[in-house]
Design a protein. Structure first.
Length: 198
């Protein structure tokens, strides 16, 4: 499979064992993989749109894994399962359940006590879960959908555009996104909130 060299800055490559979980044998490039994954993600988004959620439901390991499974189960046999290997991104694989529980507990506190503005709660959760890097693939897209669910389903907020609202030929959205993530890594969330709304 020609997936080895198609990864860009900010992405974790899929290793040989993980690639063996690919359910569609005809996929040979990263572009083809992205296309099949996007079809699956759109199905998951339809499921999200048709339902109501509570913060007690959303901020659980079960919901987080179920959402990933809905997003990728047509493409990967391991969809919805925590990664079993360490990556160039994320924490040690053995720490995932502990750190995810801590994040969910923090998020419930933020919501209950209105610790931050609503957009910032969604973005802080999105940033922390992608930093944990729970899954072998799809963490960025999963974290953005989690941010959308928090914003739209828990807070009745308007959708995030994730950089798509102000398209221009001179704008490098991926670079802006990675720079905003690096600011959030330092505890400065304003640029990531602004990017999500741009």
């Amino acid at each position: 499979m020609g997936l080895d060299n198609d990864y860009v800055d900010g992405q974790a490559p899929i290793d040989k064992d993980e690639r063996s979980g690919l359910l569609i044998e005809t996929i040979s490039t990263k572009a083809e993989l992205d296309e099949f994954e996007q079809q699956n993600i759109e199905e998951a988004m339809q499921w999200v749109l048709a339902r109501k959620f509570s913060s007690q439901e959303v901020f659980t390991e079960k919901f987080i894994c179920d959402l990933h499974k809905r997003m990728y189960s047509n493409v990967w046999s391991w969809a919805g399962e925590f990664r079993k290997t360490d990556k160039n991104l994320g924490i040690d694989k053995f720490q995932i359940p502990i750190m995810l529980r801590s994040l969910c507990d923090d998020a419930l506190f933020w919501v209950e006590h209105e610790t931050f503005e609503r957009d910032e709660i969604a973005i802080r959760f999105k940033h922390r879960i992608v930093s944990i890097h729970c899954f072998s693939n799809g963490n960025g897209r999963h974290s953005r959908l989690m941010g959308d669910i928090i914003n739209e389903k828990l807070f009745n907020g308007s959708p995030f555009s994730w950089g798509a609202a102000k398209k221009s030929p001179n704008r490098n959205i991926r670079t802006e996104y990675l720079q905003a993530l690096k600011s959030a890594d330092k505890g400065v969330y304003g640029p990531l909130v602004e990017f999500a709304r741009s």
